[in-house]
Design a binder for this molecule. Sequence first.
Ligand code: SF4
Length: 354
Amino acid sequence: MDLLSTLVDKGLRRELPTREEALAVLATPDEELLDVVAAAGRVRRQWFGRRVKLNYLVNLKSGLCPEDCSYCSQRLGSKAGVLTYSWLKPDQAASAAAAGVAGGAKRVCLVASGRGPTDRDVDRVSKAIETIKEQHGDVEVCACLGLLSDGQAERLREAGADAYNHNLNTSEETYKDICTTHSYSDRVDTVRQARSAGLSACSGLIAGMGESDEDLVDVVFALRELDPDSVPVNFLIPFDGTPLAGTWQLTPQRCLRILAMVRFVCPDVEVRLAGGREVQLRSLQPLALHLANSIFLGDYLTSEGQAGKADLEMIADAGFEVEGADTTTLPGHRSEDLVAVRRRGAGTELPPNA
Ligand code: SF4
């Protein structure tokens, strides 16, 4: 059987491809790109149909971070000129979230810069979560606050958070090259803490930071093992004023191959098209919808996203539909696992993906 048929078969059965197969996807020539997209698209449709989940990002606190992540415009000493402010009030966060919900967002991601929250920060975010949930009972709330300390994930869950995001970003091997103020294993620990508190884990990567194909396969296989429910795939925006300024290593075709590889390795997981899609995928963004089943709507974090209206038009033009609030995003087996761990209570690990 040829490579793509093998990968489709494995994806439909939730079977892990080999590393060689994942590497071969990244090495396919441009003339075979549409075959790769079509094959990974079959796996995407099996688990998520033609639905696209919309997510909306609310920046609770921006800039002035003491950490030195080299890709980040909010890092220590950044000269990227991003907006800096400290903690939105709960009603400000709720009105920002309302704009996303009005645009069709099903999930609101509450993001704060910094190494991790203090207990007082968790109080503030808990109030914001409660206010958002009072106003929009159906919306999923994901917190993204950095490294968690003991008990913080449980408190966020009690406040009503549905999910927690913390990305691995790159392979364990190359992590020290992009950040020296915390480690890869710190990040893994936080994803595990969130998951065992009954929060849906969201963890992904950033491509285009100078990594090799092997690094990309390493981080995606590590994510499969960690088994988050959603995997955001970011493409580097090399902001001026950061150490990675001028690092333009991706092409739209390579971005599609990366997304296809992620889909084959994590077939039944919400693969989210995240930062950098406009600047790196450019006019090929609609093809990415055949691979990712989730996108950020409109403007996000410290960069300008496409306006929300243009996103909705792109989804409709490409023959996809926005996922409604009454639809469960994850396939039945994954959502049942999450419900089971919440019933059993915090401290229970989810079973690993098949
Ligand atoms: S910890 Fe977060 S906000 Fe701070 S530099 Fe790293 S990615 Fe940016």
